[in-house]
Design a protein around this ligand. Structure first.
Ligand SMILES: Nc1ncnc2c1ncn2[C@@H]1O[C@H](COP(=O)(O)OP(=O)(O)O)[C@@H](O)[C@H]1O
Ligand SMILES: [Mg+2]
Length: 356
Protein backbone atom coordinates (compact mmCIF):
# COMPACT_ATOMS: atom_id res chain seq x y z
CA UNK A 1 0.00 0.00 0.00
CA UNK A 2 1.41 3.45 -0.90
CA UNK A 3 1.28 6.20 1.67
CA UNK A 4 -1.02 9.19 1.44
CA UNK A 5 1.99 11.47 1.19
CA UNK A 6 3.32 9.61 -1.85
CA UNK A 7 -0.09 9.73 -3.47
CA UNK A 8 -0.40 13.41 -2.75
CA UNK A 9 2.99 14.32 -4.15
CA UNK A 10 2.56 12.18 -7.26
CA UNK A 11 -0.69 13.84 -8.18
CA UNK A 12 0.24 15.42 -11.52
CA UNK A 13 -2.07 18.42 -11.24
CA UNK A 14 -1.88 21.36 -8.82
CA UNK A 15 -3.86 20.51 -5.67
CA UNK A 16 -4.51 22.55 -2.54
CA UNK A 17 -6.09 21.68 0.79
CA UNK A 18 -8.05 24.62 2.16
CA UNK A 19 -9.39 25.12 5.66
CA UNK A 20 -12.73 26.55 6.74
CA UNK A 21 -11.27 30.10 6.67
CA UNK A 22 -10.12 29.75 3.06
CA UNK A 23 -6.47 29.39 4.02
CA UNK A 24 -4.11 26.98 2.28
CA UNK A 25 -3.10 24.28 4.75
CA UNK A 26 -1.40 21.88 2.33
CA UNK A 27 -0.35 21.78 -1.30
CA UNK A 28 1.46 19.36 -3.57
CA UNK A 29 4.55 19.91 -5.67
CA UNK A 30 2.56 20.49 -8.86
CA UNK A 31 0.88 23.36 -7.00
CA UNK A 32 4.28 24.78 -6.05
CA UNK A 33 5.20 24.69 -9.71
CA UNK A 34 1.93 26.30 -10.71
CA UNK A 35 2.26 29.17 -8.25
CA UNK A 36 5.99 29.40 -8.78
CA UNK A 37 6.34 29.72 -4.99
CA UNK A 38 7.56 27.37 -2.32
CA UNK A 39 5.16 25.45 -0.15
CA UNK A 40 6.62 27.07 2.96
CA UNK A 41 5.90 30.60 1.76
CA UNK A 42 2.32 29.80 0.85
CA UNK A 43 1.01 27.63 3.69
CA UNK A 44 -1.35 29.55 5.94
CA UNK A 45 -2.03 32.24 3.34
CA UNK A 46 -5.58 33.03 2.17
CA UNK A 47 -6.15 30.99 -0.98
CA UNK A 48 -7.72 33.83 -2.99
CA UNK A 49 -4.62 35.95 -2.35
CA UNK A 50 -2.47 33.33 -4.01
CA UNK A 51 -4.77 32.22 -6.79
CA UNK A 52 -6.50 34.85 -8.88
CA UNK A 53 -9.56 33.71 -10.75
CA UNK A 54 -11.20 35.72 -13.47
CA UNK A 55 -14.77 34.83 -12.51
CA UNK A 56 -17.05 35.32 -9.53
CA UNK A 57 -16.33 31.93 -8.06
CA UNK A 58 -16.23 32.62 -4.33
CA UNK A 59 -20.01 32.40 -3.98
CA UNK A 60 -20.08 29.03 -5.73
CA UNK A 61 -17.17 27.90 -3.59
CA UNK A 62 -18.96 28.86 -0.38
CA UNK A 63 -22.07 27.05 -1.61
CA UNK A 64 -20.08 23.90 -2.35
CA UNK A 65 -18.69 24.01 1.18
CA UNK A 66 -22.09 24.63 2.75
CA UNK A 67 -23.82 21.92 0.72
CA UNK A 68 -20.90 19.52 1.12
CA UNK A 69 -20.96 19.01 -2.63
CA UNK A 70 -18.29 19.00 -5.33
CA UNK A 71 -17.99 21.83 -7.83
CA UNK A 72 -16.59 21.84 -11.37
CA UNK A 73 -15.90 24.93 -13.41
CA UNK A 74 -14.41 24.83 -16.88
CA UNK A 75 -12.30 27.21 -18.90
CA UNK A 76 -11.41 29.86 -16.38
CA UNK A 77 -8.33 32.05 -16.36
CA UNK A 78 -6.34 31.32 -13.24
CA UNK A 79 -3.35 33.45 -12.37
CA UNK A 80 -1.07 34.10 -9.44
CA UNK A 81 1.11 37.00 -8.40
CA UNK A 82 4.09 35.34 -10.05
CA UNK A 83 2.89 34.36 -13.48
CA UNK A 84 0.48 35.08 -16.29
CA UNK A 85 -2.97 33.50 -16.10
CA UNK A 86 -3.51 30.08 -17.61
CA UNK A 87 -6.81 28.68 -18.69
CA UNK A 88 -7.83 25.92 -16.31
CA UNK A 89 -10.60 23.65 -15.29
CA UNK A 90 -11.28 23.87 -11.55
CA UNK A 91 -12.50 21.10 -9.31
CA UNK A 92 -13.45 21.54 -5.71
CA UNK A 93 -14.44 18.75 -3.35
CA UNK A 94 -15.23 18.66 0.35
CA UNK A 95 -12.83 16.51 2.38
CA UNK A 96 -14.63 13.60 4.00
CA UNK A 97 -14.48 13.69 7.79
CA UNK A 98 -13.08 17.23 7.97
CA UNK A 99 -16.01 19.65 7.90
CA UNK A 100 -15.20 22.96 6.17
CA UNK A 101 -12.01 21.68 4.55
CA UNK A 102 -11.95 21.64 0.79
CA UNK A 103 -9.71 20.13 -1.83
CA UNK A 104 -9.06 22.46 -4.77
CA UNK A 105 -7.55 21.05 -7.95
CA UNK A 106 -6.61 22.86 -11.12
CA UNK A 107 -6.24 21.26 -14.50
CA UNK A 108 -4.46 23.70 -16.81
CA UNK A 109 -5.36 23.15 -20.42
CA UNK A 110 -2.31 22.24 -22.41
CA UNK A 111 -1.06 25.09 -24.50
CA UNK A 112 -1.88 23.57 -27.87
CA UNK A 113 -5.53 23.00 -27.11
CA UNK A 114 -5.75 26.45 -25.66
CA UNK A 115 -4.28 28.18 -28.64
CA UNK A 116 -6.52 26.48 -31.11
CA UNK A 117 -9.73 26.92 -29.20
CA UNK A 118 -10.25 29.97 -27.06
CA UNK A 119 -7.33 32.12 -27.97
CA UNK A 120 -7.62 31.97 -31.71
CA UNK A 121 -11.40 32.09 -31.55
CA UNK A 122 -11.10 35.40 -29.73
CA UNK A 123 -8.57 36.95 -32.02
CA UNK A 124 -10.45 35.66 -35.06
CA UNK A 125 -13.54 37.43 -33.78
CA UNK A 126 -11.44 40.51 -33.19
CA UNK A 127 -10.01 40.59 -36.69
CA UNK A 128 -13.38 39.68 -38.20
CA UNK A 129 -14.75 42.83 -36.61
CA UNK A 130 -11.83 44.92 -37.80
CA UNK A 131 -12.26 43.61 -41.31
CA UNK A 132 -16.00 44.12 -41.26
CA UNK A 133 -15.57 47.69 -40.05
CA UNK A 134 -13.29 48.44 -42.95
CA UNK A 135 -15.67 46.82 -45.41
CA UNK A 136 -18.65 48.62 -43.92
CA UNK A 137 -16.98 51.90 -44.55
CA UNK A 138 -16.05 50.98 -48.12
CA UNK A 139 -19.44 49.56 -49.06
CA UNK A 140 -21.57 52.42 -47.87
CA UNK A 141 -20.54 54.83 -50.59
CA UNK A 142 -21.24 52.65 -53.62
CA UNK A 143 -24.42 51.53 -51.92
CA UNK A 144 -25.62 55.11 -51.72
CA UNK A 145 -24.87 55.35 -55.44
CA UNK A 146 -26.92 52.25 -56.20
CA UNK A 147 -29.85 53.50 -54.14
CA UNK A 148 -29.76 56.88 -55.85
CA UNK A 149 -29.58 55.33 -59.30
CA UNK A 150 -32.50 53.03 -58.57
CA UNK A 151 -34.57 55.95 -57.36
CA UNK A 152 -33.77 57.95 -60.53
CA UNK A 153 -34.61 54.96 -62.68
CA UNK A 154 -37.95 54.48 -60.95
CA UNK A 155 -39.17 57.92 -62.05
CA UNK A 156 -39.46 56.75 -65.67
CA UNK A 157 -40.79 53.27 -65.07
CA UNK A 158 -44.18 51.67 -65.43
CA UNK A 159 -45.63 50.65 -62.06
CA UNK A 160 -44.87 46.91 -62.53
CA UNK A 161 -41.18 47.60 -62.94
CA UNK A 162 -41.14 49.93 -59.99
CA UNK A 163 -41.52 46.90 -57.79
CA UNK A 164 -38.00 45.98 -58.81
CA UNK A 165 -36.47 49.35 -58.06
CA UNK A 166 -38.30 49.34 -54.74
CA UNK A 167 -36.71 46.00 -54.03
CA UNK A 168 -33.27 47.41 -54.80
CA UNK A 169 -33.83 50.39 -52.55
CA UNK A 170 -35.28 48.26 -49.76
CA UNK A 171 -32.45 45.75 -49.79
CA UNK A 172 -29.85 48.52 -49.92
CA UNK A 173 -31.40 50.02 -46.79
CA UNK A 174 -31.14 46.67 -45.07
CA UNK A 175 -27.46 46.41 -45.91
CA UNK A 176 -26.84 49.96 -44.70
CA UNK A 177 -28.48 49.07 -41.40
CA UNK A 178 -26.24 46.06 -40.99
CA UNK A 179 -23.19 48.14 -41.82
CA UNK A 180 -24.19 50.76 -39.31
CA UNK A 181 -24.37 48.10 -36.65
CA UNK A 182 -20.89 46.95 -37.56
CA UNK A 183 -19.66 50.52 -37.41
CA UNK A 184 -21.12 50.93 -33.93
CA UNK A 185 -18.26 48.76 -32.75
CA UNK A 186 -15.67 51.00 -34.29
CA UNK A 187 -17.32 54.10 -32.88
CA UNK A 188 -17.70 52.70 -29.43
CA UNK A 189 -15.53 54.88 -27.25
CA UNK A 190 -14.41 54.22 -23.71
CA UNK A 191 -17.32 54.67 -21.29
CA UNK A 192 -17.70 58.20 -19.97
CA UNK A 193 -18.05 57.25 -16.30
CA UNK A 194 -20.57 59.09 -14.14
CA UNK A 195 -22.98 58.11 -11.39
CA UNK A 196 -25.93 56.51 -13.17
CA UNK A 197 -29.42 55.96 -11.84
CA UNK A 198 -30.10 52.54 -13.34
CA UNK A 199 -33.85 52.87 -12.94
CA UNK A 200 -33.80 55.94 -15.20
CA UNK A 201 -31.90 53.97 -17.82
CA UNK A 202 -34.32 51.05 -17.51
CA UNK A 203 -37.35 53.35 -17.78
CA UNK A 204 -36.00 54.99 -20.90
CA UNK A 205 -35.30 51.61 -22.48
CA UNK A 206 -38.67 50.32 -21.45
CA UNK A 207 -40.50 53.29 -22.94
CA UNK A 208 -38.79 53.07 -26.29
CA UNK A 209 -39.35 49.31 -26.36
CA UNK A 210 -43.06 49.76 -25.68
CA UNK A 211 -43.34 52.25 -28.54
CA UNK A 212 -41.40 50.20 -31.05
CA UNK A 213 -39.99 46.70 -31.26
CA UNK A 214 -41.58 45.58 -27.99
CA UNK A 215 -45.10 46.89 -28.55
CA UNK A 216 -46.51 43.35 -28.46
CA UNK A 217 -44.85 42.55 -25.14
CA UNK A 218 -46.08 42.96 -21.60
CA UNK A 219 -43.20 44.53 -19.71
CA UNK A 220 -43.30 44.49 -15.94
CA UNK A 221 -40.84 45.80 -13.41
CA UNK A 222 -39.65 44.62 -10.06
CA UNK A 223 -37.27 47.31 -8.83
CA UNK A 224 -35.38 47.58 -5.60
CA UNK A 225 -36.12 51.23 -4.83
CA UNK A 226 -33.08 51.56 -2.59
CA UNK A 227 -30.62 50.50 -5.31
CA UNK A 228 -27.57 52.80 -5.13
CA UNK A 229 -26.21 54.63 -8.17
CA UNK A 230 -24.07 52.69 -10.61
CA UNK A 231 -20.73 53.84 -12.00
CA UNK A 232 -20.99 53.86 -15.76
CA UNK A 233 -21.97 55.51 -19.00
CA UNK A 234 -25.74 55.98 -19.12
CA UNK A 235 -25.96 56.06 -22.92
CA UNK A 236 -23.94 52.90 -23.34
CA UNK A 237 -25.91 51.11 -20.63
CA UNK A 238 -29.09 52.18 -22.40
CA UNK A 239 -27.80 50.50 -25.57
CA UNK A 240 -27.16 47.35 -23.56
CA UNK A 241 -30.65 47.21 -22.08
CA UNK A 242 -32.28 48.06 -25.42
CA UNK A 243 -30.44 45.19 -27.07
CA UNK A 244 -31.53 42.75 -24.37
CA UNK A 245 -35.16 43.91 -24.54
CA UNK A 246 -35.04 43.68 -28.31
CA UNK A 247 -33.73 40.12 -28.26
CA UNK A 248 -36.37 39.10 -25.73
CA UNK A 249 -39.10 40.69 -27.88
CA UNK A 250 -37.81 39.00 -31.02
CA UNK A 251 -37.58 35.62 -29.35
CA UNK A 252 -41.20 35.80 -28.20
CA UNK A 253 -44.24 34.73 -30.07
CA UNK A 254 -45.07 37.51 -32.56
CA UNK A 255 -48.31 38.35 -30.77
CA UNK A 256 -47.40 38.38 -27.12
CA UNK A 257 -44.89 37.59 -24.44
CA UNK A 258 -43.77 38.84 -21.06
CA UNK A 259 -40.58 40.55 -20.02
CA UNK A 260 -39.76 41.23 -16.40
CA UNK A 261 -37.10 43.79 -15.54
CA UNK A 262 -35.73 43.18 -12.08
CA UNK A 263 -33.14 45.05 -10.06
CA UNK A 264 -31.61 44.08 -6.75
CA UNK A 265 -28.56 44.47 -4.59
CA UNK A 266 -26.27 41.52 -4.00
CA UNK A 267 -23.54 42.52 -1.65
CA UNK A 268 -21.50 39.35 -2.04
CA UNK A 269 -21.18 39.37 -5.84
CA UNK A 270 -17.44 39.64 -6.45
CA UNK A 271 -15.34 39.39 -9.55
CA UNK A 272 -11.76 38.20 -9.29
CA UNK A 273 -9.45 39.29 -12.04
CA UNK A 274 -6.46 37.30 -13.15
CA UNK A 275 -4.16 40.13 -12.05
CA UNK A 276 -5.27 39.46 -8.49
CA UNK A 277 -7.45 42.52 -7.95
CA UNK A 278 -10.96 41.90 -6.73
CA UNK A 279 -14.03 43.90 -7.47
CA UNK A 280 -17.49 43.95 -5.99
CA UNK A 281 -20.32 44.13 -8.50
CA UNK A 282 -23.34 44.43 -6.22
CA UNK A 283 -25.85 46.07 -8.58
CA UNK A 284 -27.87 43.49 -10.45
CA UNK A 285 -30.23 43.92 -13.37
CA UNK A 286 -32.11 40.97 -14.75
CA UNK A 287 -34.07 40.91 -17.99
CA UNK A 288 -36.29 37.87 -17.81
CA UNK A 289 -38.48 36.65 -20.64
CA UNK A 290 -40.85 33.74 -21.04
CA UNK A 291 -39.92 32.95 -24.64
CA UNK A 292 -38.54 29.72 -26.11
CA UNK A 293 -35.01 30.15 -24.74
CA UNK A 294 -31.64 30.19 -26.50
CA UNK A 295 -31.32 27.89 -29.49
CA UNK A 296 -29.18 24.97 -28.19
CA UNK A 297 -26.88 25.01 -31.21
CA UNK A 298 -25.56 28.49 -30.48
CA UNK A 299 -26.08 28.83 -26.75
CA UNK A 300 -22.36 28.79 -25.94
CA UNK A 301 -21.48 31.35 -28.58
CA UNK A 302 -24.20 33.98 -28.39
CA UNK A 303 -21.79 36.69 -27.24
CA UNK A 304 -19.53 36.21 -30.26
CA UNK A 305 -20.02 38.55 -33.21
CA UNK A 306 -21.98 37.27 -36.20
CA UNK A 307 -23.58 34.43 -34.24
CA UNK A 308 -27.32 34.64 -34.72
CA UNK A 309 -30.20 32.24 -34.38
CA UNK A 310 -32.57 34.42 -36.37
CA UNK A 311 -33.17 34.58 -40.08
CA UNK A 312 -32.48 38.31 -40.36
CA UNK A 313 -30.14 38.60 -37.42
CA UNK A 314 -26.68 40.11 -37.59
CA UNK A 315 -25.37 38.50 -34.42
CA UNK A 316 -23.93 41.83 -33.35
CA UNK A 317 -26.32 42.79 -30.57
CA UNK A 318 -24.89 40.63 -27.81
CA UNK A 319 -21.33 41.13 -29.01
CA UNK A 320 -21.87 44.86 -28.50
CA UNK A 321 -23.52 44.24 -25.14
CA UNK A 322 -20.61 42.14 -23.95
CA UNK A 323 -18.06 44.72 -25.16
CA UNK A 324 -19.81 47.52 -23.28
CA UNK A 325 -20.20 45.51 -20.09
CA UNK A 326 -16.57 44.47 -20.17
CA UNK A 327 -15.52 48.12 -20.71
CA UNK A 328 -17.55 48.82 -17.56
CA UNK A 329 -15.60 46.12 -15.71
CA UNK A 330 -18.95 44.45 -15.15
CA UNK A 331 -20.20 40.95 -15.72
CA UNK A 332 -22.97 39.48 -17.86
CA UNK A 333 -24.38 36.02 -17.53
CA UNK A 334 -27.32 34.16 -18.96
CA UNK A 335 -29.37 31.20 -17.94
CA UNK A 336 -31.96 29.91 -20.30
CA UNK A 337 -34.59 27.24 -20.57
CA UNK A 338 -37.80 27.19 -22.59
CA UNK A 339 -40.19 29.56 -20.84
CA UNK A 340 -37.56 31.39 -18.82
CA UNK A 341 -34.47 33.16 -20.10
CA UNK A 342 -32.56 35.43 -17.75
CA UNK A 343 -29.84 37.84 -18.80
CA UNK A 344 -28.13 39.26 -15.74
CA UNK A 345 -25.94 42.35 -15.66
CA UNK A 346 -23.74 42.95 -12.63
CA UNK A 347 -22.30 46.43 -12.22
CA UNK A 348 -20.28 48.36 -9.71
CA UNK A 349 -21.30 51.22 -7.46
CA UNK A 350 -19.97 54.74 -7.59
CA UNK A 351 -16.44 54.61 -6.14
CA UNK A 352 -16.33 56.00 -2.63
CA UNK A 353 -14.12 59.03 -3.31
CA UNK A 354 -16.43 60.33 -6.07
CA UNK A 355 -19.68 59.70 -4.26
CA UNK A 356 -22.15 62.55 -4.84
N1 LIG B 1 -33.95 36.39 -24.86
C1 LIG B 1 -33.59 35.51 -25.79
N2 LIG B 1 -34.33 34.39 -26.00
C2 LIG B 1 -33.95 33.47 -26.95
N3 LIG B 1 -32.87 33.60 -27.76
C3 LIG B 1 -32.12 34.68 -27.59
C4 LIG B 1 -32.42 35.70 -26.62
N4 LIG B 1 -31.45 36.65 -26.69
C5 LIG B 1 -30.61 36.27 -27.67
N5 LIG B 1 -30.99 35.09 -28.23
C6 LIG B 1 -30.31 34.35 -29.31
O1 LIG B 1 -29.00 34.87 -29.45
C7 LIG B 1 -28.77 35.25 -30.80
C8 LIG B 1 -27.77 36.37 -30.86
O2 LIG B 1 -28.32 37.60 -30.45
P1 LIG B 1 -27.70 38.95 -30.97
O3 LIG B 1 -26.24 38.94 -30.73
O4 LIG B 1 -28.48 40.08 -30.40
O5 LIG B 1 -27.89 38.89 -32.54
P2 LIG B 1 -29.23 39.01 -33.41
O6 LIG B 1 -30.32 39.55 -32.53
O7 LIG B 1 -28.86 39.96 -34.50
O8 LIG B 1 -29.51 37.65 -33.92
C9 LIG B 1 -30.15 35.60 -31.34
O9 LIG B 1 -30.19 35.46 -32.74
C10 LIG B 1 -31.03 34.56 -30.63
O10 LIG B 1 -30.99 33.34 -31.33
MG1 LIG C 1 -30.16 41.17 -31.22
Amino acid sequence: MISDATLWSSLPIPAFLIDADDRIIEMNSAAEGFLNSSRKSVLGRPVWDEIAIDAPIEGAFARARRDDAPLFVNDIDVGSGNRAPLQCGIQVAPVAGHPGQMLLMLSPRELAGRMTRTHSAKSAAQSAIGMAEMLAHEIKNPLAGITGAAQLLSMNLVPEDMELTDLIVGECRRIVKLLEQVEQFGNLSEPDFHPVNLHDVLDRARRSAALGFGAHMTITEDYDPSLPMAWGDADQLLQVVLNLLKNASEAADSTHGTIKIRTFYEHSFRLRRSDGTGKTLPLQIEIIDDGPGLPPAIRDDIFDPFVSGRENGTGLGLALVSKIISDHNGWISVSSAPGRTVFRLSLSRVPRETKT
